[in-house]
Design a binder for this molecule. Structure first.
Ligand SMILES: NC(=O)c1ccc[n+]([C@@H]2O[C@H](COP(=O)([O-])OP(=O)(O)OC[C@H]3O[C@@H](n4cnc5c(N)ncnc54)[C@H](O)[C@@H]3O)[C@@H](O)[C@H]2O)c1
Length: 281
């Protein structure tokens, strides 16, 4: 079912970095917003926008918050690497609550997935071969694993219940790229906000996966389902090359794989030399 601006849109993780960037943009586009987060919303609420403090672990409250909503923009949860037990509640159980709510309301879901769901793919060799969105999951962390689970949850709820969902494998969404890797992975806040509008307005989505990155010439990523929502990024990380192009980690694992520093966290294999190839995939 495509959108009308009368039914509310629930935004989880509203008090986080991306949530706070999206609220004014979505309100300005005329979407009727309901906000939620476990942390208080730190900014002034746009007119008519309601905020409710809630834990994603609290299923009945999530169901109530989603009542009559046309869409859930799901940005809430643990957003960096943490021990498994910390990730488990918000990112696995919480996601189930989001999808059950969407199923009940016949709402569509946008899931803020992550490049860390596929972070152990090697970076492209510079020969033009990019990674397509139908690649295998290769999570680089418990956090990335929870994002792979989230995408598969979307797969299940589309196949079994017809809940439409867009899974955005966000690269690095910050005001500016902060290091050389982000010349490939950066997603500007403006491109992200434009994607939300397209998602909410698209007539049909099904189960779709999109790389969440701006129009970066140094990209790692190829084909995806962006045509389903008619989204094309407009910004480019290349404008920041002079500032961050020399910012490398010096770590062979970090620099080898797409997930960067997440791949090297708690890494207990022998570190590869730059020439090694792991053939036992
Ligand atoms: N910013 C990026 O570059 C990036 C990259 C990939 C994926 N993502 C994903 O996008 C989303 C937003 O990212 P962000 O950078 O704004 O992160 P963030 O940490 O600033 O925001 C996440 C929000 O989720 C809330 N939250 C945590 N546990 C919760 C719980 N139990 N119940 C309810 N709310 C809870 C937090 O309070 C926080 O406000 C996250 O899902 C993240 O994994 C972001």
């Amino acid at each position: 079912m495509s959108a009308s601006k009368d039914r509310p849109v629930l935004l989880t993780g509203a008090s986080g970095n991306l949530g706070r960037a999206l609220v004014p943009a979505l309100a300005a586009s005329g979407w009727k917003l309901r906000l939620t987060d476990i942390a208080p919303f730190p900014d002034a609420l746009p007119e008519g926008v309601v905020f409710t403090k809630a834990d994603l672990n609290d299923g009945p409250t999530i169901l109530r918050l989603a009542e009559v909503c046309q869409a859930i923009l799901h940005f809430g949860g643990i957003s960096t690497e943490h021990p498994f037990e910390v990730v488990l509640g918000p990112n696995l159980r919480g996601l189930y609550h989001i999808y059950e709510a969407a199923r009940r309301e016949k709402a569509r879901v946008l899931f803020a997935s992550s490049n860390h769901a596929i972070g152990f793919h090697e970076r492209p060799a510079g020969n033009g071969e990019l990674l397509d969105a139908d690649c295998a999951f290769r999570p680089d962390s418990f956090y990335g694993l929870s994002k792979a689970y989230g995408e598969l949850m979307g797969r299940l709820y589309w196949d079994k219940h017809g809940v439409e969902n867009l899974n955005v494998r966000i690269g690095s969404s910050f005001p500016e790229p902060a290091d050389a890797r982000m010349l490939s992975t950066w997603l500007s806040y403006a491109d992200l906000a434009r994607m939300m509008d397209k998602f909410l307005s698209a007539p049909r989505i099904g189960h779709a996966v999109v790389w969440g990155a701006s129009k970066n010439p140094a990209t790692y990523w190829g084909k995806d389902h962006r045509d389903r929502i008619g989204w094309e990024p407009e910004d480019s990380a290349e404008d920041f090359r002079g500032k961050v192009g020399g910012k490398l980690s010096g770590d062979p694992v970090t620099e080898r794989y797409q997930g960067g520093g997440y791949t090297a966290m708690d890494y207990t294999r022998d570190k590869p030399s730059p020439k090694d190839q792991f053939s036992l995939d």
